[in-house]
Design a protein around this ligand. Structure first.
Ligand code: SAM
Length: 250
């Protein structure tokens, strides 16, 4: 079995595929100060099985195009939207976030939680900008250094995983350079990582390993996830996801 299939199987049963939380999505909605007088058109990019999509649909009068390149995640989102009676406002779409097919100035809001790192923050904010209407809002969570200095061990870890990791001030500078006006920034608290993401993931390890007959690949995947969790626990004072909310400069 391909590793991607294993990764999908391990993650698809959880509500989220990355750190985040409903309260934090709501806080970002508040900071975005959206004009709610008319229906909004929102793209949720790298939506996974749709934790943020469902929250946005519940809170806003909006048409939400939920985009992910994994059909398995999109299918679960489609079923969840039906169960929650939100199919009218959620439009799932299998597409890559580095090759989007929206029209120029089509969207009021671009939302993306825990996904922009897949194409890189700077590329994402620049490539997605044309799809936003003038004054449209971008809300993205992105891996961020919380301090100016940090131990070499965690610096090397992230240099290898995602060299674009940087401080909030540097990320905000990139937003300004790309033609956005920053509206707000906050850090995802620890419970978004542990209670909402890692603990549900950990609780599936045994079932996952049995289901795959403890294959070498399945064990390697679980070990990698365990190591990631340990790194977070040891160095959580130095990094988290930052949530950035910004308006497109007209
Ligand atoms: N936003 C979801 C959440 O917070 O639970 C998922 C976050 S998960 C860390 C990253 C998501 O990005 C996954 O669902 C993955 O399939 C998707 N993804 C990664 N690369 C992508 C790409 N090039 N195009 C579309 N989706 C992508």
């Amino acid at each position: 079995m391909e590793n991607l299939e294993l990764l999908i199987d391990l993650h698809q049963h959880n509500d989220r595929q990355g750190p985040g939380g409903a309260l934090e999505t709501e806080l970002a909605i508040t900071l975005a100060a959206l004009d709610r007088s008319r229906p909004l058109k929102i793209a949720d990019l790298g939506c996974g099985t749709g934790a943020s999509t469902l929250c946005l649909a519940n809170k806003l009068n909006a048409d939400i195009i939920a985009v992910d390149f994994l059909p398995e995640f999109i299918e679960i989102l489609r079923r969840n939207a039906e169960t929650c009676n939100l199919s009218q406002s959620i439009h799932p779409q299998v597409e890559s976030i580095d090759n989007l097919t929206f029209a120029p100035n089509e969207l009021d809001v671009i939302w993306s939680e825990g996904a922009i790192y897949n194409i890189g923050f700077e590329q994402g904010i620049n490539d997605w900008r044309p799809f936003l209407k003038p004054q449209g809002v971008l809300a993205v969570s992105e891996i961020t250094w919380l301090t100016d200095h940090r131990p070499n061990e965690i610096q090397s870890y992230w240099d290898a995983q995602y060299p674009e990791i940087d401080t909030a001030s540097a990320k905000i500078k990139l937003l300004e350079k790309a033609g956005y006006v920053p509206l707000g920034y906050f850090v995802l608290p620890e419970h978004c990582w542990l209670d909402n993401y890692y603990h549900p993931l950990q609780s599936r390890f045994d079932k996952f390993l049995s289901h795959h007959a403890h294959s070498d690949d399945a064990q390697a995947l679980v070990e990698a996830e365990k190591q990631e969790i340990e790194v977070f626990k040891q160095f959580k004072a130095y990094f988290s996801y930052g949530f950035y909310i910004a308006r497109k400069l007209a």
